[in-house]
Design a protein around this ligand. Sequence first.
Ligand code: 6PG
Length: 259
Amino acid sequence: MPISPSTSPSGVPFEICGNPGEVAAAAAEFFATMAVEAIARRGSFAVALSGGSTPRLMHDHLTREPLASRIGWSRAELFFGDERAVGPDHADSNYRMARETLFDRVAIPPSQIHRMIGEAADLAASARDYASILQSQLPLCATGFPTFDLILLGMGPDGHTASLFPGTEALDETRLWVVANDVPQLQTRRLTLTFPVLNAAKNVLFLVTGQAKAAPVAEIFSTERGRAHHPAGRVRPTEGRLLWLLDREAAAGLPEVSL
Ligand code: 6PG
């Protein structure tokens, strides 16, 4: 499905799909296209999956024909953009959601699924270990950051993305690739990729649906100030492509929204 994005006044490329199912279908098609391109270009496809609930529908599309056999799963390396401080079987685990909706339904070699160890007692050490995996698996960009072929992201109603939450220390990280981030508003810690890694990606795709996201979307899309105010707005790939896929509800605050 060719995607011809619009661009918001603040410079955000976006496409509005009617409903969450259409967002998921468009995202799955984009995922498959990026996979085919990366494998043709360099023999491998490195993708960081998003947590939360929105990606579930997209994962389902990836496990069904025609996309399932279009994607060379044996050449895919699966990573995570963030993880909660829980084990792989916990209900809140991003890994568990991906395992149930994707990994258990396509033929990805287990050694090519790279889980963030959220249950580690020393979360900072777990972040360092994950950065070592990125070092060993990914090419580096000109400024020395690991380059994903595709990073999938969502956005919370507070404008967070991955586990880069408003007012948290990780927002200011410019050197480390993965950090353990204290999130006082959730009274928890999270593992997350940092902005330098997100912005080094060749492609970043946001999946944002639901009325609860309409306000931050409108602010991020309207002005440079509004964009910079929200963590999700600060994802601006240096050389890569950025695309936001929105459903009608998440786009409701945009002027002259026409579908
Ligand atoms: C997480 C995600 C987070 C998510 C947003 C949106 O670990 O929760 O990485 O950034 O993408 O919170 O979540 P929903 O898709 O559930 O709205």
